[in-house]
Write a protein that binds this ligand. Structure first.
Ligand code: AMP
Length: 217
């Protein structure tokens, strides 16, 4: 059983790296942002509660976050372990998490702010299957369409310069201290996230002592 937390500023590739890490190791990728986006798109009651905060790039309340995380982990579909992404984002969430779960490692993706802006503002998302694209480094084959399911790509509502500024501010003020908390209690693996995604993945696996990446299929 392997339980990892992946941390890093917006656009550092947490989603991509988590997907690659989970693919052949049978780990479950738990992205708290994806869970919330699903609720917003599905027009659930929770979606209505979190939509405004998400659109503005603000953090959702800890109570809602904890209930979503607990509900997801209580499904116990992670026999081989999980990679949790986008959580914990502040001290209270970290305490809640560490009280309930042992963590085998924290992966910290490092990316300078100018690269964050460049990446985030060129990011596109498939609302059909959740695949991430980037108009600089990872363009879809047909402009504006998902390579996997053909759905029209969208820009995330919070990938605007204003919302990004709010998210970066929260990251440095609230999430960075969580990393320091983890450094005192858990093993934190610092990874340079400026490289191409397969190189970043290779670095993660090497530091965690995991087998090399072998995509399924
Ligand atoms: P992400 O996809 O991780 O960038 O998350 C998108 C948005 O979901 C964030 O800007 C927050 O509004 C909300 N969110 C995701 N995870 C958390 C969390 N752990 N705590 C509070 N809000 C969160």
């Amino acid at each position: 059983m392997r339980k990892y937390v992946i941390m890093g500023v917006q656009g550092s590739g947490k989603g991509t790296q988590s997907t690659m890490l989970c693919a052949d190791l049978d780990l479950v990728h738990i992205s708290v942002g994806d869970l919330f986006r699903w609720h917003v798109q599905s027009h659930t009651k929770l979606g209505a509660q979190v939509r405004r905060a998400m659109k503005a790039g603000e953090l959702v309340s800890d109570d809602l976050v904890e209930s979503v995380v607990r509900g997801r982990l209580d499904q116990h579909d992670w026999n081989f372990g999980f990679v949790i992404d986008g959580f914990p984002r502040n001290g209270r969430q970290a305490e809640f998490f560490m009280e309930s779960y042992d963590i085998d490692g924290v992966i910290h993706l490092e990316l300078p702010d100018d690269e964050v802006r460049r990446r985030v503002l060129s990011r596109r998302l498939c609302p059909g299957c959740g695949m991430d694209y980037n108009l600089i480094a990872d363009r879809p084959e047909v402009e504006g369409r998902c390579d996997i399911c053909g759905t029209e790509l969208i820009t995330r509502e919070d990938d605007t310069p204003e919302a990004l500024a709010a998210r970066l501010h929260d990251y440095y003020e609230k999430t960075r201290p969580v990393l320091e908390l983890f450094r005192r209690k858990e093993v934190v693996h610092d990874i340079d996230a400026t490289a191409a995604s397969d190189q970043v993945q290779a670095g993660i696996r090497e530091t965690l002592g995991l087998p090399a990446y072998r995509p399924k299929g």
